[in-house]
Design a binder for this molecule. Structure first.
Ligand SMILES: Nc1ncnc2c1ncn2[C@@H]1O[C@H](COP(=O)(O)OP(=O)(O)OP(=O)(O)O)[C@@H](O)[C@H]1O
Length: 251
């Protein structure tokens, strides 16, 4: 466990809590982007941060990963974080496999072992047969799956996903959401997910933090209880509509 910020609250995180933010605030010059944000994510959870454009969601992820310092508050992280940003950022001149192992190559890991590890997961992300293609030969969904695997391999247990499906058409988005739930279970990862799509957040999440428009303040923390065993059932549950309307009322 390491504490990246602040002197207060350096207590040990309970085993199950992987990330905890306490009263985090951030301004860029005179403009306040995040205000007094507290949240936590426990092992195995799928937690979404839902908020309108400009509410500071990406800034929150940049703070969690240490890319941007917070002005106030405390951050505790227990585990290795992988960060998948909005754009897939695959290098066009490298093959899919070389893109996937790039962070491991940069870390100086054994090249053969990295490729063998990536290869063992290629089927899981549905990219078998495309390992030696270039990113321009892949569909949007495939690029996101390659990017997901790259993030997973370079980090492991905690994945921060910033609107990974934001640029996809609605049919591809639906199948990618179902895929993500499957792969989360198979790889046993904890996911913190950014979205501004209310339905997506309800379908995927165990809990949702609803952020207000700028400055982002946590307006509500929602435990999505219904259809927990089988999240697919949420799509046809009338509770989905009720929750969607309730969240709309908060934004
Ligand atoms: N490095 C920076 N310098 C100055 N302002 C910034 C910087 N990064 C972000 N901002 C501003 O902070 C605000 C929040 O940005 P952020 O990207 O965190 O929001 P977001 O909720 O992720 O938005 P979106 O959903 O549109 O991606 C925006 O108004 C943005 O212009």
């Amino acid at each position: 466990m390491h504490t990246l910020l602040g002197k207060a609250a350096q207590g040990t995180l309970e085993d199950e809590t992987l990330i905890r933010l306490d009263h985090i605030s951030k301004s860029y010059g005179p403009s306040e982007v995040l205000k007094d944000v507290s949240l936590e994510i426990r092992k195995g959870e799928f937690v979404s941060v839902l908020g309108p454009s400009g509410s500071g969601k990406s800034t929150l992820f940049n703070i969690i990963t240490g890319l941007v310092p917070a002005d106030k508050g405390t951050l505790q992280v227990n585990g290795e974080i992988g960060y998948m940003q909005q754009k897939d950022l695959l290098l066009p001149w490298k093959t899919v496999l070389d893109n996937i192992v790039l962070p491991l190559d940069l870390k100086g890991s054994d090249k053969k072992a990295s490729r063998a590890k990536a290869d063992s997961l290629i089927d899981r992300v549905g990219l078998r047969g495309y390992e030696h293609c270039y990113p321009s030969q892949l569909s949007g969904g495939m690029k996101q799956r390659a990017s997901f695997l790259r993030t997973f391999l370079s980090s492991g247990e905690i994945m921060l996903l910033d609107e990974p499906f934001g640029a996809l058409d609605s049919i591809t988005k639906g199948s990618m959401q179902a895929w993500l739930l499957e792969v989360q279970e198979a790889l046993d990862v904890t996911i913190l997910f950014i979205t501004h799509d209310i339905e997506e957040a309800i379908f995927l999440s165990d809990r949702i933090y609803v952020l207000s428009s700028r400055p982002g303040v946590v307006k509500e923390e929602i435990a999505v209880g219904f259809g927990s065993e089988n999240k697919r059932e949420r799509l046809v549950d009338p509770e989905l509509l009720r929750m969607k309307e309730a969240i709309k009322g908060l934004l």
